[in-house]
Design a protein around this ligand. Structure first.
Ligand code: AHR
Length: 661
């Protein structure tokens, strides 16, 4: 029966406040069969961008150790960038030469001519904004050197047969923090090494090497590492940064890029073979982000790091084309087809290097690097954000077919262009369908609202087609800040990836690392300077999801009447090993939101559960360097009922871990 008009008006007046107070119901099916989630869903993406490698994760403390910086990398750079001549009341000169190099991959070296030594003539290097040292800390110094003919004579070693050197760590004012003496006795290149132990702390020391007799000396590959690297490896990684990454417990790591892989022009494509073997023999090159790649952090070190942190390696090789944004009008170009056989052989050799026995040609090189056991490569990326052109298509197909034919066990990850939709995206998916590419790599750098608007993106993906790797994503808030708002939008999105963990096989935030004083791209997951690491709120979200992952998704249904209107999201997973049920609830609104969580199932729930909440005063908060985090997860024990009433704070992620065993 129709209501009288006053009653209709009255219900209209009273209904609005009533609805906004009503709790949204979330129903979790504890007994349903659930849906398998990819075990490799949450991982990381490392790109040498913003000094992520040299000056970052790679623990080398000397900048431009091989004297290979060039003006094509930065106009103000040359082979002596980061080096200075040091003259302690003597007379001498410093120049660069390439006449008798260590090897052809490392052509330049420094030549010091000391006329009168005074208290020493030499060279100094302050690393990347100073070399941080702490009292008692030891450093491994190594370098290549040889006596060098200068003027009309060789060194004054006729008398002693030796050219004495002093290696030091000094403060900027010249106070000696550590010291060691060495002697050069040969005219051929030879490697020297010693240990320097600091007797005082200085966050910005410099390395100095002084010659204390008249003579000429050539130096190359001057390297200084903290002895305490991550897992103690020689040529290793910065322990604090590596540990911060390890604390994410990533299931895979994609490397070494990004755009870095396909490079700025064909000559700049990242070639993995140039990055293995003794560091002084690796072929360095310009980094397309405007600096230098020493490739001291090369394929061996990437694979070793993956092993150390329990992540599957996901190396990416270029699809035989360079970046479509290559400068000087180059745009996308393809390797000549006549070179594709050899390029493809390099890709096949990579698989042998990673997985072949130590007796195989490339497996032997891995073993020579110190890893006789195979690395267990499963995934291989081919291409990154490439424009999908006939040039790309032809080369991608050749690589794909060759890998499939020789290594059907390798899971190949293709690309669908730079954007989450559009022409390249469609064409990329078409190629993937035609060739049967196992996984394709989708990227999205979008506003927080885009992430909320796309929570259903994968619900309708055809499960018979290629799987998805969300290889690069980040919610870009205003001014590209790492706000809580952006982190919460990503959290909501991650619930949708859990729900679609049968089709979304992997996902990784991007970029991961950025050095504070040399950041080329924002936002990033983890910032750092020489001595400190600054994880963002986005990092906290990644960590919370990674530590609360599961292998089975349990149906989690939000009441549609409110969920369509407000920014809320939820998912539930079961962790097989513990049997725990992990419920996640995201509120992206600027005010609290009331929920009734119905845990449907035959088994009775335990009386208590562990609840973790990340929230902050406003969506605008960000972690400030050196300050306490703007928001930290708070964990409490809660009383649980099968109908749990809960008010989710504004801008929050709530995780409830329920023990069912
Ligand atoms: O993550 C930074 C860059 O973004 C990557 O190199 C590229 O793939 C993307 O455009």
């Amino acid at each position: 029966m129709p209501l009288p008009s006053f009653a209709r008006r009255a219900s209209f007046v009273f209904l609005l406040p009533v609805i906004s107070c009503l709790a949204t119901t979330v129903t979790v099916s504890l007994d349903g069969p659930g849906k398998a989630i990819s075990p490799d869903l949450f991982g990381i993406f490392f790109e040498d961008l913003s000094y992520a490698a040299d000056g970052g994760l790679y623990a080398e403390l000397i900048q431009n150790r091989s004297f290979e910086y060039q003006a094509i990398e930065q106009p103000a750079w040359n082979n002596l960038t980061a080096w200075e001549i040091v003259n302690r009341a003597g007379k001498g000169s410093l120049k660069v030469d390439a006449s008798f190099p260590l090897n052809s991959n490392n052509p330049h070296y420094a030549v010091l001519a000391v006329e009168t030594p005074g208290n020493g003539v030499g060279l100094s290097n302050a690393g990347y904004n100073g070399i941080p040292v702490t009292t008692g800390e030891s450093f491994g110094l190594s370098f290549f050197a040889r006596e060098n003919f200068f003027g009309r004579r060789w060194n004054d070693i006729g008398k002693s047969g030796r050219l004495p050197l002093i290696a030091r760590l000094e403060t900027a004012d010249g106070e000696v923090l550590a010291e060691a003496s060495l002697e050069i006795t040969e005219r051929e290149w030879r490697r020297f090494s010693t240990t320097l132990t600091a007797r005082k702390t200085d966050p910005a020391a410099r390395f100095v090497i002084l010659v204390t007799a008249p003579g000429g000396i050539a130096f190359d590959e001057i390297s200084l590492f903290p002895q305490k690297t991550f897992h103690g490896h020689a040529n290793g990684l910065r322990a604090d940064l590596a540990q911060t990454i390890a604390d994410l417990r990533p299931r895979f790591m994609r490397f070494p890029g990004g755009c870095l892989v396909h490079g700025n022009g064909l000559g700049n494509i990242y070639r993995w073979k140039d990055t293995i073997g003794p560091i002084e023999q690796r072929r360095q090159q310009a980094n397309l982000w405007g600096y230098h790649q020493s490739v001291g952090l090369g394929y061996f070190e990437y694979f070793q790091f993956c092993e150390d942190i329990g992540a599957r390696p996901l190396p990416v090789v270029a699809a035989g084309v360079c970046c479509q944004n290559s400068g000087e009008g180059i745009g996308q170009a393809g390797l000549p087809l006549a070179e594709m056989d050899s390029y493809i052989q390099d890709v096949l050799d990579l698989i042998e290097w990673a997985n072949g026995p130590a007796t195989s040609t490339w497996g032997a090189k891995r073993a020579a690097g110190g890893h006789p056991e195979p690395f267990g490569l499963k995934y291989l990326g081919v291409g990154n954000e490439d424009q999908i052109t006939p040039v790309f298509r032809e080369r991608f197909k050749l690589i794909h077919e060759a890998v499939k034919a020789k290594h059907p066990e390798i899971v190949l990850v293709g690309t669908v262009g730079p954007f989450p939709d559009g022409e390249d995206f469609d064409k990329g998916w078409q190629i993937a369908g035609e060739l049967g590419v196992a996984i394709v790599d989708e990227h999205y750098y979008r506003s927080p609202q885009w992430f909320w608007d796309n929570l259903q993106r994968y619900d309708s993906y055809d499960r018979r087609k290629s799987k998805v790797y969300a290889g690069e994503y980040a919610a870009h808030d205003d001014n590209r800040r790492n706000t809580l708002r952006s982190a919460i939008a990503e959290a909501a999105y991650l619930t949708s990836l859990e729900r679609n963990g049968d089709v979304v096989h992997m996902a990784s935030y991007a970029p991961m690392l950025a050095r504070r004083d040399r950041t080329h791209w924002s936002p990033d997951l983890i910032y750092f300077n020489s001595t400190q690491v600054f994880p963002t709120l986005n990092y906290t979200i990644q960590q919370l999801f990674s530590h609360n992952r599961g292998e089975t998704y349990l149906a989690t249904v939000l009441d549609q009447t409110t969920s369509a209107k407000v920014r809320i999201a939820a998912s539930t997973v079961r962790e097989s090993q513990s049997g725990d049920v992990i419920f996640k609830l995201v509120n992206g609104e600027d005010k609290p939101h009331a929920f009734t969580v119905r845990f449907d199932g035959k088994r009775s729930l335990p009386a208590t559960a562990i609840q973790t909440v990340l929230t902050g005063a406003t969506g605008d908060i960000v972690n400030e360097d050196g300050a306490a985090p703007a928001a930290t997860p708070k964990t409490t024990a809660i009383s649980l009922t099968s109908e749990y009433s809960y008010e989710a704070p504004a801008n929050s992620l709530t995780i409830i871990r329920i023990k069912t065993k």
